[in-house]
Design a protein around this ligand. Structure first.
Ligand code: AMP
Ligand code: MG
Length: 424
């Protein structure tokens, strides 16, 4: 008698696999942004989301100043073409030390970058373009009227909305707010995120670091990966340790987590195995949306809510944890924080070697973008792509994102990559 086979994560084309984009859109619909905000000092606001617009109380630049080291003149004194004109240098305007002078025709002021333009001047002739002649300078007509001057308010005007509520404060935003003289910022409160690992095979480092494992045991690494991923965000962490594979323990842990946190993240126990209780527990305590996703790694993903607490049951395989975190958990965290933008840019790069892939699921292969001997940027995989090989994430500097329909990549084909590195 032939065995009637059930769908499994080995099947590239299960009929009921949900496309990642559809799952992401559904997830975004369900997200609720935290409503509470708090006032913090500027430096504390780093990595937080602005709860209110930042409105400039001043002009930037605050005063009209020189963009170069040179001589402030009135453009009416510029001769035409190669004709030279002699101007009398009255004084020096240093940055922070303006001169109290009103320029008259035939006069100039030595000026440094950032120095305030004296009254009567509108142009700076850079120092490299003048000839010195005692108390005088010689200029020609090569400087365009109005050049090398930064006008008061040309970057920001008083009353301008400089940053919108929903902006994530990164270094550039932090500096910009400082440039306005603002040191207290209203930001969304931090999310509280609880997380735990599930699995009878797991031994926590807290009790077993350096110890010999018994057959069938492994160290719990996912909880540390999640700790590290979450620590990059402005969230408060609640680490609930390792939970054994029983329905009672899983339900109790989820209940405890949901009582204290805005978001709960678990790993393991969401497949169809007989020791997989996470989905059942969520369904018992709240509402469960379970997705079998058309992605690899990361096919099983449990989402849900328990009271007001959002829940993610990530798969147990260590690489799947990272992929599903970046694809699903991170955008959810950002949205819950009230962040209006997420940065998930993909770039096209030439494949250096062929890449095996069967159609049916989007794949996040671990890749290395590098410059080849011809100076061209190419990408190759890190080698074997098993979802348990966390070392592949350490070797990689990008995900190679191969779309559902892709049936393999030939050398020289363009593939999409999502870099791990980013300037923020
Ligand atoms: P599961 O989703 O629970 O069936 O787990 C899938 C695979 O991931 C199994 O090989 C587990 O041993 C492994 N795994 C589950 N949880 C962890 C963890 N916290 N740390 C490392 N590996 C894990
Ligand atoms: Mg398990």
């Amino acid at each position: 008698m032939a065995i009637e086979k059930q769908p499994s994560c080995d099947d590239p084309q299960e009929p009921d696999l949900l496309p990642v984009a559809v799952a992401l859109a559904r997830m975004q619909e369900q997200v609720k942004t935290v409503s509470e905000s708090k006032q913090v000092s500027l430096r504390e606001s780093l990595n937080h989301v602005l709860a209110k617009d930042i409105i400039s109380p001043i002009k930037v630049p605050a005063y009209t100043n020189s963009a170069m080291d040179g001589y402030a003149i009135n453009s009416a004194d510029l001769p035409s073409g190669d004709v030279e004109r002699k101007l009398t240098v009255l004084d020096t305007a240093w940055a922070g030390r303006p001169v109290d002078i009103v320029l008259k025709p035939g006069e100039a002021v030595r000026i440094m970058t950032g120095g305030m333009m004296p009254a009567g001047s509108d142009t700076v002739v850079i120092q490299e373009h003048v000839a010195l002649d005692g108390e005088h300078i010689l200029i020609d007509g090569s400087t365009v009227a109005g050049r090398n001057v930064r006008h008061a308010g040309e970057d920001i005007n008083t009353g301008d909305i400089v940053l919108r509520a929903g902006t994530l404060v990164n270094p550039a935003e932090l500096g910009l707010i400082a440039s306005l003289g603002i040191d207290a910022v209203e930001v969304k409160r931090c999310l509280k995120v609880a997380f735990f690992s599930t699995g009878d095979e797991l031994r926590p480092l807290e009790t077993h670091a350096g110890k010999k494992l018994s057959p069938g045991e492994i160290f719990d690494s996912n909880r540390h990966t999640l700790f590290a991923l979450l620590s990059r965000e402005q969230v408060e962490l609640v680490d609930l340790g390792v939970v054994p594979d029983t329905r009672e323990a899983t339900t109790a842990a989820i209940q405890k987590a949901a009582d204290v946190a805005d978001l709960v993240i678990t790993s393991g126990g969401v497949s169809a195995g007989q020791a997989d209780f996470v989905s059942e527990s969520i369904a018992e305590l709240g509402e469960l949306t379970f997705w079998k996703l058309a992605m690899r790694p990361g096919r099983p993903l449990a989402c849900g809510v328990v009271n007001d607490c959002r829940f993610f049951g990530l798969p147990g395989n260590p690489v799947a944890v990272m992929v599903t975190f970046y694809e699903f958990v991170l955008p959810t965290i950002k949205a819950m924080m009230g962040c209006s933008t997420t940065d998930t840019q993909l770039f096209s790069v030439k494949a250096k070697e062929s890449i095996r892939k069967v159609p049916g699921r989007i794949e996040y292969q671990r890749g290395i973008v590098e410059v080849d001997d011809n100076g061209e940027q190419t990408v190759r995989t890190t080698g074997k792509q098993g979802a348990g090989r966390l070392s592949s994430m350490c070797l990689a500097n990008c995900f190679i994102v191969l779309p559902v329909e892709c049936d393999g990549v030939a050398p020289g084909d363009l593939v999409r990559v999502r870099p791990f590195f980013g300037l923020v």
